[in-house]
Design a protein around this ligand. Sequence first.
Ligand code: ASP
Ligand code: MG
Length: 421
Amino acid sequence: MQVFKFGGASVKDAEAVKNVAEILKKFVTKETIVVVSAMGKTTNGLEELVNAFYNKTGDTEAVLQKIKDYHFNILKDLFPNKEHPIYNDIENSFVEINWILEDEALPDYNQVYDQIVSMGEIISTKIIAAYLLEKGIKNKWIDVRGIIQTDNTYREGKVNYELSEELVKSQLLPASNENKIIVTQGFIGGTSENFTTTLGREGSDYTAALLAYFTGAESVTIWKDVPGVLNADPKWFRNTKKIDELTYHDAIEFTYYGATVIHPKTIKPLQNKNIPLFVKSFLKPEDAGTVIYNSDKRVPIPSYIFKINQLLISIQPKDFSFIGEENLSRIFDVFARYGSKIHLMQNSAISFSVCIDEEGTKTEQLITELQREFKVLYNAGLELLTIRNYDQPTIEKLIENKTVLMEQRSRNTVQMVLSNN
Ligand code: ASP
Ligand code: MG
């Protein structure tokens, strides 16, 4: 068994879908589970739809129509025969969305979000499965909501490993024996009350890892629009280099510091069963890409991870008392309650500083709450730079023309909060 994951960019238009079929023709040499994300930027579009619906801003129809047109344009190109049953099938999926929109919204925003946003993956996998059949590539479409079972933490579903594993063994494996290729959705799951959940944005990688874990697959391959894991995000840096091999440990550290190439939850299930993860280019599928596995090779070059929209908060007890365990535990409690992840922290005698993402109202409320007990100063619009395997020339090059507001170094990693002046 092998698991392939195709993200939004790899199925963003008809050409891309055709390319997926070509990849499968070449690389399906054994039973394969194909995990697919929503097409292109559909998830963002559906998020917009949820907001329009929930906040009653009234433009739901226009937003939905745009998403629908986008998918039907792709269909037109893939299925010249207008009588093909896929047209009806996809039409019905959009009717399902309409039903949700015609009802009164459920009170829980996150629950509404999951019922609507998940349709992106349902629709994309239906299209892919039908297209593959059309090209003579036998496969079976499976609704992953009947396999990956979660609790009802909407938008961040916690997976029930035992139950999901049982369902993989009783439902998925027999289907895979019979059909060789299974096409299913990433990112989504189901609850015991038959509601849909999602696993967190960009969660399809995690689904692929889970299915590999449950089936004891030989490998997972994530097909991407980059040649593999790079030492920096090409969005921010020129002259990036591909890393050929990564340890699970380094891969986890990378994603922890904010590298977006793979979802942070992906590595653990794979490491636990020693399943290698290949990151390969869907544009150059023959190229080697990156392999993440149980090796002892350390990354030989500096790698940098860059995050924008950072906020540096300095917290001081109002009564000039020391920052001690008492104060710290109260401060951490506030961050935990707001679900605000601390990227970097540092303390001195009477001040504690943290770097976090700037997240609009959530962050404003968090600061207001801290201000009840503490004096709070903050600095917005900052950048957080993390360099693994750093050396001095790399640091100097990267911080040129920037002011370092806070810095922390360990043997392997340096992190700096930077401002642009
Ligand atoms: N379609 C979802 C998202 O864009 C899941 C994924 O792509 O992994 O967040
Ligand atoms: Mg995506």
